[in-house]
Design a protein around this ligand. Structure first.
Ligand code: GDP
Length: 322
């Protein structure tokens, strides 16, 4: 019998790690008898520490790694701690990728983000543009550390013939997200705000004008696609995991979907004193569609409903990150 594959997921307790778990639970055709999945978090090992990283690998003996662990945060945390984002993520990535090489891990998939692309760019953004100019000033520390993963992947290929690659998802949302208003992203923020507007009988306030455009990806769809990347995507070059340009929606559309999903009957107001942020960051999913022309994304109305259901159930047990 073929030897069992051991897939170690770093950052396994976060939004994307849980998306992987939910994808495996949702679709039994994704299950493989010859794979064992291990999800680890910062509680299991401090990946800033090389010895602790090696110990973690010696304990689980992974043959495959999905590397999601990172120091992450919203706009304001990024602005304040650019150096910490740069150092922390660089050290984690160096420790994880080098240990993968030393322990002869067969494949590594790391996770980047569309916010690392050049600030000044043409649209749609594609995978060839990662290094084509400086990132936005607000998160340059995080962005350069993440961009270096792509450089590492190519260097490990060139020097050791390693099979390391990276995925670039657009705006991810789903169960287990961070629903904190200061630090979280827009969809969890909207769900939280509607929840309290209903509870307190107040208006639902959307920040900004509602006109910016985003491509949202449900964490469970992202999980399914990362599993495909791990098993079948053959390139070292990264791949954008996103819905198509035609499925880009406005913040207003997203707010209306949350209102419908939560059956909110009160007033929706737009606080235009708050920043709109980038108007758009449209990414091309042409490469993904070349490999996976038939992949079905969950319609956002349904995915938002599932996320709301998870949020409401977990609010009852105080297990939401708020
Ligand atoms: P981005 O995609 O990196 O810009 O980050 P976000 O996911 O935080 O989306 C920001 C966009 O959503 C901006 O246009 C905000 O003005 C708008 N927005 C509206 N309400 C909220 C909210 O409650 N939280 C957040 N984070 N953004 C909101």
């Amino acid at each position: 019998m073929a030897e069992k594959k051991v897939v170690l997921v770093t950052g396994g307790s976060g939004l994307v790690g849980n998306g992987l778990k939910l994808a495996l639970a949702r679709d039994s055709t994704l299950e493989r008898d010859d794979e064992k999945w291990i999800f680890v978090s910062s509680k299991d090992a401090d990946l800033m520490d090389k010895d602790a990283t090696v110990k973690l690998f010696e304990k689980h003996k992974p043959t495959h790694v999905i590397h999601l662990a990172a120091m992450v945060g919203g706009l304001f945390r990024n602005l304040k701690y650019n150096l910490d984002f740069l150092r922390c993520n660089t050290i984690i990535n160096d420790n994880v990728l080098h240990t993968c090489q030393e322990k002869k891990v067969k494949k590594v998939v790391s996770c980047l983000s569309t916010c690392i692309f050049p600030n000044k760019t043409t649209y749609p953004i594609d995978e060839t543009m990662v290094h084509n100019g400086p990132p936005h000033d607000s998160n340059f520390g995080y962005s350069y550390a993440k961009r270096m993963i792509d450089v590492y992947n190519r260097a490990y290929k060139a020097q050791y013939d390693c099979n390391f690659t990276a995925v670039i998802p657009t705006n991810v949302y789903g169960p287990f997200d961070n629903f904190n208003l200061e630090d979280g992203h827009v969809l969890p923020g909207l769900i939280r705000k509607v929840y309290y507007a209903k509870k307190d009988n107040t208006d639902f306030t959307v920040w900004g004008t509602g006109s910016p455009l985003r491509q949202f990806i449900y964490s469970v769809d992202l999980g399914a696609l990362i599993i495909w990347v791990l098993r079948d995507y053959p390139e070292v070059d990264p791949i954008i995991l996103s819905v198509g340009e035609e499925d880009e929606i406005s913040i207003k559309d997203a707010a209306e979907m949350v209102v419908d999903a939560m059956e909110f009957k009160g007033n929706v107001v737009y606080d235009t004193t708050k920043s709109d942020g980038q108007y758009k960051k449209t990414a091309s999913n042409a490469k993904l569609r070349k490999y996976r022309p038939d992949f079905q994304f969950t319609p956002p109305q349904q995915a938002i409903k599932e996320t709301v259901k998870w949020f409401e159930e977990n609010m009852k047990t105080d297990t939401v990150r708020l």
